[in-house]
Design a protein around this ligand. Structure first.
Ligand SMILES: C[S@@+](CC[C@H](N)C(=O)[O-])C[C@H]1O[C@@H](n2cnc3c(N)ncnc32)[C@H](O)[C@@H]1O
Length: 402
């Protein structure tokens, strides 16, 4: 029986013996030619037919339209070509610069073949075939800043890696709400741990990614695995946006970290900053003070009948600790956390109400602010923050890259 490497060599010969005009710069034509070869030469393992059509419909329906697709398991590049073709169908031939497919393959023979087929299909600038274990390639893409979020991840390598690699996508904070994890072969040979995990909706830990998963049957598939597991991301541990207000209540920084947030105008943000500043001051001033406990040396201590405190005999419950004002506001959709510095600058962080670790995030933001704003010799106190290094490090840290 021919090995998959022999089959790959035969496929190369078959494809490159076709008239170039039929296939060049035509991803669907190359993809279809691979299917024809598979039918006539018994090439297995490719993602095709009803399953591919099912996945295509899911991707086409994504809102906002997908841009970044990653794939674990390239093999000859059949499914990677299809993802590239789908991105072209969605965005048109002049794809946006960040519309990319990154596909991972350990076998160098397959990597070489897939790259040649991608080139033939005219998808060189869109589909990138990376050699090595998918987990390592993905980590590197994130470290290099090439991938910041993922709209669809396709799991089609060896099944024992499905769950660890899905969890890596979570740890790298690449999911957005609405992203898709699509997996083949979860029924046969089977990826039970992965299937259980997505069907349980994720790890279930506070603030963790939540999935809604369906095992979709493809009745047209007569032999072998017939299920495609499609899992949609319902929630991520999300930092939505950050506002910084100076000590006079003026808005000095505003940034959104998630696509698809409801847009506010600059004026709305200015009003929000001023209003919050005022309400914060009121909540601080109405914080109740407690009567001071009589000290041993005070006359009140020796004469209980005169224990009414003098007007100056009140203090906040913990002496020496000033009242803080509002620290948190929460709705069922977001939580606003306020951190005020000693000098009166306020950091307002909007997060998912399920997110944990908000204090850690705020502390880190403050640290970055101190390093890249306060130490910037061109920054004038109380003025709008326009520091590129702060923006860059903040974005990178929130995406889990540093
Ligand atoms: C089922 S095939 C992929 C089929 C391909 N998606 C298609 O439709 O044409 C699985 C491939 O995953 C590769 N693979 C296995 N483990 C991998 C890993 N950890 N990282 C990257 N590729 C891996 C194998 O070498 C094999 O070529």
């Amino acid at each position: 029986m021919a090995s998959s490497k022999d089959k790959a060599a035969q496929l190369r010969e078959y494809i490159f013996s076709q008239p170039a005009s039929d296939l060049a710069n035509n991803p669907w034509a190359v993809s279809n030619a691979i299917e024809t070869f598979a039918d006539t030469h018994g090439l297995k393992m490719i993602f095709r037919g009803d399953k591919l059509e099912l996945a295509r419909k899911q991707i086409m329906a994504q809102k906002p339209a997908p841009r970044t697709i990653i794939e674990f398991g390239t093999f000859v590049g059949k499914s990677a070509l299809a993802w590239g073709a789908i991105l072209r169908d969605i965005h048109g031939a002049s794809l946006p610069a960040d519309a990319k497919v990154y596909t991972f393959e350990t076998d160098p023979v397959m990597v070489a073949l897939a790259r040649d087929l991608v080139k033939l299909a005219g998808l060189e600038g869109t589909v990138h075939v990376l050699e090595g274990p998918g987990s390592e390639s993905l980590q590197k893409l994130v470290t290099d800043g090439a991938v910041q979020s993922v709209d669809m991840a396709f799991f089609d390598h060896w099944e024992e890696f499905y769950l660890p690699d899905l969890q890596l996508v979570e740890r790298l904070k690449l999911w957005r709400v609405g992203s898709l994890a699509i997996a083949d072969n979860t029924d046969y040979p089977g990826a039970p741990a992965y299937r259980q995990y997505v069907q349980d909706g994720g790890s279930g830990l506070p603030g963790a990614v939540k999935y809604e998963s369906r095992s979709l049957e493809t009745p047209g598939v007569k032999q072998g695995p017939s299920i495609v597991e499609v899992s949609k991301v319902l929630a991520v541990e999300a930092v939505f946006s950050l506002i910084i207000i100076n000590k006079a209540g003026g808005l000095i920084y505003q940034r959104e970290f998630q696509a698809g947030l409801r847009k506010l105008s600059t004026n709305d943000y200015l009003v929000l900053a001023g209003t919050f500043h005022g309400v914060h001051a009121i909540t601080r001033s109405i914080t109740p003070k407690m009567p001071l406990a009589p000290t041993a040396s005070s006359p009140a201590a020796s004469s209980p009948s005169t224990s009414t405190p003098a007007s100056s005999g009140y203090a906040y419950p913990i002496p020496g600790v000033a009242a803080t004002g509002i620290e948190e506001l929460e709705t069922d959709k977001f939580r606003l956390t306020c951190f005020q510095t000693m000098t009166g600058t306020k950091f307002l962080l909007f997060t998912d109400p399920m997110s944990g670790n908000v204090e850690v995030i705020i502390n880190k933001i403050y640290e970055l602010y101190a390093d890249y704003v306060m130490k910037n010799p061109f920054y004038q106190l109380e003025m709008p923050v326009r520091c590129e290094a702060f923006d860059r490090h903040l974005g990178a840290w929130l995406r889990g890259r540093t």
